[in-house]
Design a protein around this ligand. Structure first.
Ligand SMILES: [Zn+2]
Length: 238
């Protein structure tokens, strides 16, 4: 190691990793609530981590990395998100995590189990992405409907591929999401399962009810639809 490299190392106050997580069990939130005392800035009470509990995806990965590397704050960049009750299967959801002030910097793992979470392909990344990362999600959604839906009605779901889904966020900003494939299976007169391959970031629950998302499933099927559960079968980065 020459002197220049050594100085570089000393000046660098963080290290960034990329990886994917697989969630095989329902009931784990993606994000951890910040420390009550400091709102996430880091204080004595939370040991300067900014979080004081470790029961989410964020918490479990942070705890593991703090044990391995030391460090204060772990800052995550997620490639999409899911509900607490959602599973994340297949190759898992990609994430980036920047660890501030690590004591050690080297860690590379093919696979590790943390409770009911599995972390794959954890390795040092150059830095967290600055621009939004484009990705495609394969999602399975359980839907219940107010009125009976028949085969003819459900067939209309195939039209989702022909048009973009228009999504408005809370501030009224408009975006469009593409649907690449749709399959479905009727469970009962008032419920069906839909498998959807769609552009990442489509808000699934709002897409089902049709809440500031057009067309929503309620609109397409002409009956109020409710999302009972949704799972990610795979996530593909473009
Ligand atoms: Zn704190």
């Amino acid at each position: 190691m020459n002197l220049k490299d050594e100085l570089c190392q000393l000046r660098s106050k963080h290290v960034t990793f990329s990886g994917r997580y697989v969630k095989n069990q329902r009931g784990i939130a993606q994000k951890q609530k910040p420390c009550d005392n400091c709102s996430g800035k880091g204080c004595r009470i939370c040991n300067f981590h900014g979080i004081s509990e470790f029961d989410s995806v964020e918490g479990l990965i942070s705890k593991f990395l703090f044990e391995k590397l030391g460090g204060t704050i772990a800052k995550f960049t997620w490639i999409g998100g899911e509900d607490k009750s959602s599973l994340v299967l297949g190759s898992g959801r990609p994430f980036f995590v920047k660890i501030q002030n690590p004591l050690k910097r080297n860690l590379r793992l093919n696979r590790i189990k943390l409770d009911s979470l599995e972390i794959n392909n954890l390795k040092i990344a150059h830095e967290s992405p600055k621009k939004p990362v484009k990705f495609i999600s394969l999602i399975e959604v359980k839907i219940s409907t107010e009125f009976t839906v028949d085969a003819k009605n459900l067939k209309k779901l195939k039209d989702l591929k022909k048009q973009s889904i228009v999504v408005y966020d809370k501030s009224g900003k408009r975006s469009e999401k593409k649907v690449f494939s749709v399959t479905y299976k009727k469970n009962s007169n008032n419920s069906f399962i839909m498998k959807l391959k769609a552009e990442g970031g489509l808000p699934i629950k709002r897409f089902v009810t049709g809440d500031d998302v057009s067309p929503g499933l309620s609109q397409i099927l002409d009956t109020q639809c409710m999302c009972q559960e949704f799972d990610f079968l795979d996530i593909e980065v473009q």
